[in-house]
Design a binder for this molecule. Structure first.
Ligand SMILES: Nc1ncnc2c1ncn2[C@@H]1O[C@H](COP(=O)(O)OP(=O)(O)OP(=O)(O)O)[C@@H](O)[C@H]1O
Length: 260
């Protein structure tokens, strides 16, 4: 793997020698990567290269897939997230996830955002919870559009609004990292632009990792890019370097559209 001058002195997350298996099949092979606190990191690569698999290993979502096994180490602030003592529910609050297809709960807009805070007991009163919901919706750029319809179902919103609702739901529990798995792939260009804008605004508040098929999107939203191919991390570097001066032949071929 080619990796230079990444200077992430104090990484939020550090993966070392990570491999992921589905039964006998190995989907990720010996991947090591640091995720920076104030950065947006994009995972790119052709379909099936393992981007989503690796992303899911960062908050143990692969635990929910029968037969999936992760080896190597992944740390959050230096703490092994696969240690037996790790509380997976807490972990997933600290490392939140936004999926490809917006997946609001069939509950009110308010309850969607309040859900995690209720589970984790983060609010001491109704007024406190109201504040958490308003702050999360504001941060997700949705408050003005929904403040007068908080009791309506989250599923009644447009696709782009639903995705911002899911981002608000992730934000509401005060995560440290937000993982986004192709968050715009089901959205039109206007809704996509809003999510990209939002990613800019959220940068610095959370470490963000985004899987995207769209190389222009990776170039627009991220400061670090990791290029995966056939389960390996081929190249990881500053986004500008990856797109203007890739070191590996395979990266060059991919970003110039020769495959994928
Ligand atoms: N639940 C699963 N069970 C078995 N194999 C899986 C499972 N999920 C993914 N795989 C396999 O692991 C490999 C990596 O898949 P993954 O979805 O991580 O790739 P990806 O790069 O995110 O692809 P895409 O861009 O198409 O979403 C593929 O060969 C895929 O078929």
């Amino acid at each position: 793997m080619t990796q230079d001058d990444l200077s992430i002195a104090d990484p939020k997350m550090r993966a070392q020698g990570v491999s992921v298996f589905y039964g006998e099949k190995q989907a990720i092979n010996d991947v090591s990567i640091d995720v920076g606190t104030d950065l947006v990191t994009a995972f790119i690569g052709p379909s099936g290269c393992g981007k989503s698999t690796f992303l899911r290993s960062l908050n143990r979502m692969n635990d929910t897939i029968a037969g999936a096994k992760v080896t190597g180490t992944i740390e959050l602030d230096g703490e092994d997230i696969y240690a037996p003592s790790m509380d997976v529910v807490q972990l997933r609050a600290r490392v939140g996830m936004v999926f490809q297809k917006p997946n609001p709960f069939p509950k009110s807009i308010y309850d969607n955002v309040a859900y995690g805070s209720r589970i984790h007991g983060l609010a001491s009163s109704k007024a406190d919870l109201d504040g958490i919901v308003e702050r999360a919706l504001t941060r997700a750029g949705l408050w003005d559009e929904v403040k007068d319809r908080l009791t309506e179902s989250g599923t009644a919103l447009s696709g782009g609004q639903q995705q911002r609702l899911c981002i608000a739901r992730a934000i509401a529990v005060d995560p440290e990292v937000i993982l986004m798995d192709e968050p715009c792939s089901a959205l039109d260009p206007i809704a996509t632009a809003k999510i990209e804008e939002l990613i800019h605004e959220l940068r610095g508040k959370y470490a963000i990792v985004i899987v995207t098929h769209n190389m222009q999107q990776a170039a627009r939203v991220s400061q670090r890019t990791a290029f995966f191919h056939l389960g390996t991390l081929v190249e990881y570097g500053k986004t500008t370097d990856i797109f203007t001066n890739p070191k590996a032949e395979r990266t060059k071929d991919y970003i110039t559209g020769r495959y994928g």
